[in-house]
Ligand binder design. Structure first.
Ligand SMILES: CC(C)(COP(=O)(O)OP(=O)(O)OC[C@H]1O[C@@H](n2cnc3c(N)ncnc32)[C@H](O)[C@@H]1OP(=O)(O)O)[C@@H](O)C(=O)NCCC(=O)NCCS
Length: 194
């Protein structure tokens, strides 16, 4: 069953509703891409993506909410999508997940990106993720500034005009989660680490 939206007040006093994505969000997602400026489009997709195929839309909106989670923002009572943030776990290293985020151009700079990112990072930690990764344009300073608000960011430069980012969201928690569980069990006296 779809989760009820959370009402969030942004720093300019405007309210938005944030909730996990559902298949019904396909149309607003498509419309959101259409209205995105070329700059935001390029920053999000690293290409001037013009539209989604049916398969892409299904992939982006029909998620399992564990290995793949996405949160969407709407203006209260409207069907205009204002932003989306998602993570997809690396199947080879599920404590790591690839992050993607975009906010509608006329809603940028109001705190919506941070609101989405904070909630996405919480969901990622709940699902056992310790590190979010993203490949972004080297010139995209906004995203690095934003990500630094949720955890330490490691930036590497593989070349080709992009930067690889790694954001540690596990704070002081031992990672990977299997180690976290073992340490908790040891603390409860249920497991000896000797
Ligand atoms: C990156 C993006 C998601 C940020 O969303 P946003 O709603 O504008 O961000 P916020 O308003 O929550 O800003 C949070 C912080 O990010 C940083 N930031 C955001 N926009 C910034 C800008 N234009 N210049 C400098 N810093 C900026 C600031 O640190 C800001 O904190 P502050 O408000 O206390 O100064 C948005 O700009 C976007 O959609 N960009 C295009 C897509 C993209 O780059 N995606 C990332 C790759 S997947």
């Amino acid at each position: 069953m779809a989760q009820p939206p959370e009402r969030v007040r942004l720093k300019d006093g405007r309210e938005v509703e944030i909730r996990p994505i559902e298949p019904e969000d396909a149309e607003p997602l498509e419309a959101g891409l259409e209205e995105l400026s070329d700059e935001s489009r390029y920053r999000r997709f690293l290409t001037l993506k013009r539209g989604f195929s049916r398969a892409e839309l299904a992939y982006l909106t029909t998620v399992d909410h564990h290995d793949h989670e996405a949160l969407v923002a709407y203006g209260p009572g409207t069907d205009r999508g204002l932003g989306v943030a998602r993570f997809v776990k690396d199947p080879q290293a599920p404590e790591r997940a690839e992050l993607a985020i975009v906010v509608a151009d006329d809603w940028q700079g109001r705190g919506l990106g941070l609101a989405l990112l904070n909630r996405l990072a919480d969901r990622a930690v709940e699902e056992g993720v310790c590190t979010l990764t993203a490949t972004v344009l080297e010139s995209n300073r906004d995203i690095v500034a934003l990500l630094r608000k949720v955890g330490p960011v490691d930036v590497s430069h593989p070349g080709g005009g992009v930067a690889d980012l790694r954001i540690d969201i596990a704070e002081d928690e031992p990672c990977p989660p299997v180690m976290r569980e073992a340490l908790r069990a040891a603390a409860r006296g249920e497991l000896s680490l000797a």
